[in-house]
Design a protein around this ligand. Structure first.
Ligand SMILES: [Zn+2]
Length: 120
C-alpha cells in the first residue's frame, strides 16, 4: 500500500481501502498469514469488513468488532483465542508504526520480526 492513494477497492463493501491501518490484507501479511509471493495477487479488504479477523484486535484505536456464530471469539477455545488476539493485535499496532514512519520501509520489512525470521 505504498501507493495507497490509488485506492484499492474492498472486495466486501466496494469502497477504497485507504491506509495501512484499515487494510485486512496488510494486517494478515504482517502477521505472516499472507506470504510475500501472493501479496499482490490478493484482493484488498477493510479490516472491519472481515469480522473473523477484526474481532481479535484489542487496541484503543480500534472499536471492537464482534462476530456471531461458530467462529465468535467468545465461543472459541480460550487459550487459542487469547493467542490469536495477541498476534492480531500486535499486527495491528505494527501497521500503525509503519504508517508513522518517515522513511517508508520496504514491503519486505513490514512483517513482525518473527515472521521475517521465518521467511529467511
Ligand atoms: Zn470494506
Amino acid at each position: 500500500m505504498a501507493k495507497c492513494d490509488e485506492g484499492y477497492l474492498c472486495e466486501v463493501c466496494g469502497q477504497p481501502v485507504q491506509g495501512l491501518t484499515t487494510s485486512a490484507l496488510y494486517l494478515q501479511y504482517v502477521i505472516g498469514w499472507v506470504d510475500p509471493e501472493t501479496l499482490h495477487t490478493r484482493r484488498e479488504c477493510h479490516i472491519r469488513c472481515q469480522p473473523s479477523l477484526a474481532q481479535f484486535i484489542d487496541d484503543e484505536r480500534f472499536s471492537a468488532v464482534l462476530m456471531d456464530g461458530d467462529f465468535d471469539r467468545r465461543q472459541l477455545d480460550q487459550r487459542f483465542a487469547t493467542d490469536r488476539a495477541e498476534l492480531v493485535s500486535r499486527g495491528y499496532r505494527r501497521l500503525h508504526e509503519l504508517q508513522k514512519k518517515r522513511t517508508s520501509p520496504t514491503v519486505q520489512e513490514y512483517p513482525l520480526p518473527e515472521v521475517i525470521a521465518r521467511w529467511r
